[in-house]
Design a protein around this ligand. Structure first.
Ligand code: NI
Length: 179
């Protein structure tokens, strides 16, 4: 049972941070961020209202909340990146992702608005990453809850995983439900 829940929550496996980076890993992570909005186009294609309101696992967010969450999370990530690139080890502001997922903009705004947002946001994000100079990758921000210094290369690794992780939650739900 425990294992089943783990599989539903982490269909691509838990995030395993890379220990280092090189031009190939960077290109692959940027590619993950570039393609994530397309993945969400695919995820939500032809789902009706009832399907969008279905939790991806028992007790979990529904499909719409998952996608709105990715928009919330990636907007924060983008701001964190820009802060890391322009300030000296800025302390970022954590946010309560569960509280954010219950708010009116998540409950009332059609899902395609957040997917469109992801397309726009990831276009800017990817362009920024593609034009980073070598020293940009080792700039860091400080996360006051995890008390970690997060280098830009590592957050790029993490958010590349994050998009695919949530997309796969929806894709695996669709497979299980035969949608
Ligand atoms: Ni998430």
């Amino acid at each position: 049972m425990e294992n089943d829940l783990e599989k539903l929550k982490y269909p691509t496996g838990r995030f395993v941070a890379a220990r280092q980076y090189n031009p190939d890993t960077l290109a692959s992570w940027i590619g993950g961020i570039r393609s994530a909005p397309l993945l969400f186009d695919y995820c939500i294609e032809n789902l009706d209202e009832a399907q969008l309101n279905t939790p991806y696992r028992p007790g979990g967010w529904n499909v719409a909340q998952v996608v709105h969450h990715v928009a919330d999370s990636h907007m924060n990530a983008y701001i964190r990146l820009k802060l890391a690139l322009t300030e000296d080890t800025p302390t970022i502001t954590p946010y309560d992702e569960n509280a954010w997922a219950e708010m009116a903009d998540v409950q009332l705004v059609p899902l395609n608005v957040s997917v469109t947002l992801l397309h726009a946001l990831h276009r800017r994000w990817t362009t920024l990453l593609e034009h980073l100079k070598e020293e940009g990758w080792t700039r860091t921000y400080y996360h006051p809850e995890s008390k970690e210094y997060m280098p830009v290369w590592q957050m790029t690794n993490q958010y590349s995983w994050h998009g695919a992780h949530h997309a796969e939650q929806i894709i695996s739900l669709r497979k299980r439900m035969g949608w």
